[in-house]
Design a protein around this ligand. Structure first.
Ligand SMILES: *Cc1c(COP(=O)(O)O)cnc(C)c1O
Length: 493
């Protein structure tokens, strides 16, 4: 590691990245390569002798960029956003530059202490109850993803239940959530040894906009307890992945408390919006929760990865996840004077991720962040209005944050036919490379999802996206109508 060489090469890389952002709109948003494309153009083995950075950068331009889907494009509307920002990028760069491994306090005191402080800042921005702050029995920790967050709290809750009911009761432990809950919960159950038949994904429908009904939960719990099972974990979601449904936290939390269950809230995407006072009410009831998680890397200008988890009782996590081998012993840890985040997560090693969160908060400030989120929500509202005045389309579930769920609704055709048409529409729209959207299925309906949230997206991108969708819909409807007219049953094929 030669410092001057680093300076020279890193400057070149920064130039490369800046140029990338400058020309980002010139690439097809969804990569158009075929599976296996790269093996054909990259050698079978590593070079014996060093190559120049310029050669590698040329290859990146020619071979890698075509295989990139441009999540930072202003025309990326798929899944949920994955924000990048200058502050986030700088923090990420510094983290890579220092390259510490902060598993225990002693391995880099600043990494642990900054994480604790910045998560307290963020908890205050979200107006989380005091119990989640580090000053009491709780505190925050940065996980890689929401999947890891739900896994670690499920393990903590499981072990707490096993301490209470005996180690042999694992087959009786039951987890509850709605059928809209992210698949990460099911994976956590699998890893955590919760029996698959004890993972209750309770049915939701359009009558509650796909939110979990407290009555349905109560009913399921009483059936299970009547048959000798032990309810121990409830996962609610604020902003489900399919349609941003918000579960009624307050009512669900009371049920969890009455049944002595661990109550986890997954607000991976929508948690960011809740720093705005006008959206904070979606978190009402969070005071009933044992743990709360949101992804700063989705919609809060912090480069991937940065998933923030708060717990009320950190000792529950630590009891499940701590190890204390001789080779890691040190005075600060032995003296119980410090936090060792290795005991709050699955891996041992951990990056200095709080840097990018801290830099993001400092370089933008709370007020700008509110405006940033509000702007995306306004843009989504604008798109929703465009869709709702076109008779050929329908809004399938009301918009809550910055996601619009809609579909083409032709005058003729059964559900299967309509589904096929929407599948075709998504396919042609994404293959234009002009925009990228993803889909979901709700109550058997195939639905297009347009999620606003890329930092570069402006009103003109929304208008242009709508134009692409309208044009492709017109072409598609003409084809379909011709088939109907000629009696061809296009849809059955
Ligand atoms: C995106 C998302 C997840 C999964 O996120 P990872 O951080 O990739 O694990 C979980 N829950 C919800 C509600 C999400 O939107």
């Amino acid at each position: 590691m030669d410092a001057e060489q680093l300076r020279e090469n890193a400057h070149k890389m920064v130039d490369f990245i800046a140029d990338y952002y400058k020309s980002i709109e010139s690439f097809p948003v969804l990569s158009q390569v075929e599976p296996g494309y790269l093996r054909k153009i990259i050698p079978d083995s590593a070079p014996n002798q060093p190559e120049s950075l310029q050669n590698v950068l040329d290859d990146i331009q020619a071979k890698i960029i075509p295989g990139v889907t441009h999540w930072q494009s202003p025309n990326f509307f798929g899944y949920f956003p994955s924000n990048s920002s200058i502050a986030g990028f700088l923090g990420e760069m510094l983290s890579g530059g220092l390259n510490i491994v902060g598993f225990s306090w002693v391995t880099s005191p600043a990494a642990t202490e900054l994480e604790t402080i910045v998560l307290d800042w963020l908890a205050k921005m979200l107006k989380l109850p005091e119990d989640f702050l580090s000053s009491g029995q709780g505190g925050g920790v940065i996980q890689g993803t929401a999947s890891e967050a739900v896994l670690v709290v499920l393990l903590a809750a499981r072990d707490k239940a096993l301490r209470m009911f005996g180690r042999n009761s694992i087959g009786k432990l039951v987890v509850y959530a709605s059928d809209q809950t992210h698949s990460a919960l099911r994976k956590a159950c699998q890893i955590g040894g919760i029996h698959a038949e004890n993972c209750r994904l309770l049915k939701t429908d359009s009558s509650t906009n796909y939110a979990l009904s407290p009555e349905v939960l109560t009913e399921a719990i009483s059936q299970d307890t009547a048959s000798g099972l032990v309810p121990f974990f409830l996962c609610a979601t604020v902003g489900t992945t399919s349609s941003t449904a918000v579960d009624p936290l307050l009512a669900l939390g009371k049920i969890a408390k009455d049944n002595k269950m661990w109550f986890h809230i997954d607000a991976a995407y929508a948690g960011s919006a809740c720093i705005c006072p006008e959206y904070r009410h979606y978190l009402n009831g969070v005071e009933e929760a044992d743990s709360f998680n949101m992804n700063a890397h989705k919609w809060l200008l912090t480069n991937f990865d940065c998933s923030v988890l708060w717990v009320k009782d950190r000792s529950a996590l630590i009891q499940s996840l701590s190890t204390n081998p001789e080779y890691l012993k040190n005075k600060a840890s032995e003296g119980n004077m410090v936090v060792d985040y290795k005991d709050w997560q699955i891996p041992l090693g951990r990056r200095f991720r709080s840097l990018k969160l801290w830099m993001m908060l400092r370089l933008y400030g709370q007020e700008n962040l509110l405006n940033y989120l509000r702007n995306h929500i306004e843009l989504a509202k604008y798109f929703e209005e465009l869709v709702s005045v076109d008779q050929r389309f329908e809004i399938v579930v009301p918009r809550t944050f910055s996601l619009v769920c809609f579909r083409l609704l032709p005058p003729q055709g059964d559900e299967d036919c309509i589904n096929k048409m929407n599948r075709d529409l998504l396919e042609v729209v994404n293959s234009t490379g002009k925009i990228f959207l993803s889909h979901t299925i709700l109550s058997g309906k195939y639905i297009l999802r347009l999620a606003v949230g890329a930092p570069l997206t402006e009103g003109r991108h929304i208008s242009a996206a709508w134009k692409v969708l309208q044009d492709e819909a017109t072409t598609l409807l003409e084809q379909y109508m011709k088939c109907f007219w000629e009696g061809d049953d296009e849809c059955s094929t």
